[in-house]
Design a protein around this ligand. Sequence first.
Ligand SMILES: Nc1ncnc2c1ncn2[C@@H]1O[C@H](COP(=O)(O)OP(=O)(O)OP(=O)(O)O)[C@@H](O)[C@H]1O
Length: 234
Amino acid sequence: MPVQLRQLFAIMLHTCDLSQPMQVWEKHKDSLCEDFRHTAELMDGPVFNSDLIYNNALIIIEDIVLHMGGNHLSFFGKPGPQRQEQNGFAQGLFRDRNYNVAELTELIETNVPRLVADQRYAFDSIMSTVHEGRGGIFFLDAAGGTGKTFILNLLLARVRMDNKIAMAVASSGIAAILLKGGRTAHSTINLMATDSPMCGIKRGTDQGNLLKETKLIMWDKATMSHKRALETVD
Ligand SMILES: Nc1ncnc2c1ncn2[C@@H]1O[C@H](COP(=O)(O)OP(=O)(O)OP(=O)(O)O)[C@@H](O)[C@H]1O
């Protein structure tokens, strides 16, 4: 529920032109951070740092707004969240693991049995490669409307259910919103000019470390991208 509340608040910030957005935050911040507080209580007991929790929630909310093409939170009349460069890797992990495992489990239990034979074959082949850490590249192609995005979202959910990182990217913003937690390939992988098979992510940086932690990169509508972009990821 807090995950959805944060998404709702971010959508309201971006689209509803709230007259006093930070009053909404102040009034509801505990509900918006309920899951973080629960985790902090488990880790640190009753004495935990509320400011850190609020800050982490604001970072996630700001990321959602930015992802939708909106402004930093400072635009809404409040000092933005503190982002510590050295903590970027942890923040990235925090965001990419910010999923409700119970919901993901339910999604998997409900929908995997519904897969038809070809879908099941694709799902099982990809998941066994991920589980065994064998590495590989799969190209999933089928006629329009036959359930490709359906499988992609189940694969993402199955990896995230184990608290592992599955990166969902798409060649266009519209395609990205059909994937759970999807972002554009261009911004996520920091692709450079099309004639160069290079990305702007450097070894040892937060983004680089995050990429190393990633178990699955899902790229929807990959064939819409330049071949150099695909070579970059390879
Ligand atoms: N095994 C399934 N059981 C139930 N519903 C399914 C199944 N496979 C696909 N669907 C449903 O069929 C519809 C079309 O699926 P989806 O959008 O995944 O197709 P697609 O191949 O990605 O389409 P496109 O090529 O247009 O992007 C969706 O509503 C999806 O939920």
